[in-house]
Write a protein that binds this ligand. Structure first.
Ligand code: SAH
Length: 216
């Protein structure tokens, strides 16, 4: 039984109103954020933080992304119902849940064993069933490629070529690229077998995309 009260619903409604003011306009994205019980992705004692528009540390050196950032990336990704979407950096599973709410068929990959284990059990317990994988997101998921969309939720020093090559023709990769203090949100579209376009959309700060896996 999901712990969800009218207080949670009220706080979430206010969060969504705030995101609208900040420029998240796509109705399907606002609706998805309005549906995901963010307070369940962090300790219940942090309920007042759950519906603030802030990133929040939640253990294992990990953060749950700021709702505005989740809205921005999801809007830019332009997810359509039924699309096959790969998320790199499962973390708390919040962004994966938003993608499931958008109607996507979601694959998500996490490099830290502890987070992978926790999140791949937690998500189905509240009704979200993305396919969760433990592994190095730099490599993507070649066995399940190609994807309509790929979303990276950690800051990369450069665009991993493997991810570009796992896009369908016409598919889109959204990835923050830069150093540890600033990344540009990059929108990359595969226009042909070996042709890509790239647009930059403002600055963000994510935790870094790190190579390899961590077994604890
Ligand atoms: N999408 C998450 C945000 C998590 S923060 C959420 O909604 O909560 C970024 C996550 O990326 C962290 O959990 C980190 O461990 C993970 N990560 C970093 N490098 C990675 C890599 N190479 N492959 C997969 N996950 C990675």
């Amino acid at each position: 039984m999901i712990n969800e009260t009218s207080r949670h619903k009220g706080l979430r409604k206010r969060l969504v109103e705030g995101l609208k003011v900040k420029g998240i306009r796509k109705a399907s994205v606002l609706e998805a954020i309005g549906n995901v019980p963010r307070h369940l992705f962090m300790d219940s004692s942090f309920i007042n933080f759950a519906y603030k528009d802030q990133a929040f540390p939640i253990g294992a050196g990990q953060t749950i992304s700021q709702p505005y950032t989740v809205g921005f990336q999801t809007q830019l990704l332009d997810v359509q119902k039924g699309e096959k979407v790969l998320e790199v950096g499962t973390g708390s599973g919040y962004q994966a849940a938003v993608l499931v709410e958008m109607g996507a068929k979601v694959f998500t990959i996490e490099r830290q064993k502890e987070l992978y284990t926790k999140t791949h059990r937690f998500l189905p317990s509240i009704g979200y069933k993305p396919a969760c994988f433990f592994g190095d997101g730099y490599k993507g998921l070649p066995d399940f490629a190609p994807f309509d969309k790929i979303l990276v939720t950690a800051g990369a020093p450069s665009v991993p070529p493997e991810l570009k090559m796992q896009l369908k023709i016409g598919g889109k990769l959204v990835i923050p690229v830069g150093n540890d203090k600033h990344q540009d949100m990059c929108e990359i579209i595969r226009t042909d077998e070996n042709d890509f376009t790239m647009k930059k959309h403002g600055g963000f700060i994510f935790v870094p995309l790190l190579k390899g896996t961590v077994n604890f």
